[in-house]
Design a protein around this ligand. Sequence first.
Ligand code: NAD
Ligand code: MG
Ligand code: MG
Ligand code: MG
Ligand code: MG
Length: 332
Amino acid sequence: MTDEFTTTVYYDEDAEESYIEDKTVAVLGYGSQGHAHAQNLDDSGVDVIVGLREGSSSRPEAEADGLEVATPDVATEQADTVVMLIPDTVQPAVYEAIKDGLDEGDTLQFAHGFNIHYGQIEPPEHVDVTMVAPKSPGHLVRRTYKRGEGTPGLLAVYQDATGQAHEEGLAYAEAIGCTRAGVIETTFREETETDLFGEQAVLCGGVTEMVKAGFETLVDAGYAPEMAYFECLNELKLIVDLMYEGGHMEMWNSVSDTAEYGGLTRGEDVIDREGMEEILEGVQSGEFAREWISENQANRPAYRQYRGAEQNHQIEEVGERLRELFEWGEQE
Ligand code: NAD
Ligand code: MG
Ligand code: MG
Ligand code: MG
Ligand code: MG
């Protein structure tokens, strides 16, 4: 355990495998996270049943990987710990089908807090409710585990019926490899709200809107779309790679002094901090969650419209042509 961070970080020596090694774990879903958790648990000696619908296209895959497969309700009946690794939007419906199999002292575990935090799933008081969330896509959770390494993860306890929810969550995190890299203590609220804010304001929404706005500004002023694509989209990867490796200073040190001075003095002009605060308020108040839930109930009319507009944006057509020119670059 280290406290040099502002939050607590756990490692292998903090986890006690006895809290998970005798348990049967039902992993519901065999997608990005599901296949990685199930195989890592299995390799760590934990009994695993993969829960999938009859006729699910993931079934042959899980069976080929040597895992036992049952329907989600049967897997839950047999398990002590049930992990929801299906898409967040389908979890509430699947929960209805499995909830009767949750016995006193069982654990219901998540990899994202949305459905618990916004009340879409309301588990009975007699079960532990936890979250073990690798901060990484599933294929890296699997690949790093096989190398004897791991990906960092989050641990949160929402409901502790047994008094052992924290220990079991940590043991699970160890069994999938996360304590090798470090597991950060958080809460369902913090994980859910920071995740939604990050993807809306910065990672997915903020970045794409900034790229499009930059591209349009140049094209509208008469510059070649190809030039605008390179400057505003293609080069973004080089910049982000530097930030990822060594923070902002590594990036500033690597670009020219002209780029550094121009960026430091002008960058702030494109940021709308009040807009960011409004996004955070919409997440905190549950307004975004309510909108997304009713959007799904209505079969996603707005989602489809936004997606269509994104597909038809000029930057997509220019990019498709230009990316063909440097396909050779991918083969290194
Ligand atoms: P995914 O989209 O890869 O999951 C697909 C799986 O769910 C498949 O096995 C599919 O058969 C099953 N599935 C789909 N619809 C179903 C239904 N109606 N009934 C039963 N099974 C169904 O999911 P994922 O990306 O692995 O996400 C799982 C959870 O992990 C989510 O809560 C997500 O927020 C969280 N998470 C994901 C990542 C990531 O990188 N993908 C990272 C951290 C946390
Ligand atoms: Mg240990
Ligand atoms: Mg059970
Ligand atoms: Mg997210
Ligand atoms: Mg340049």
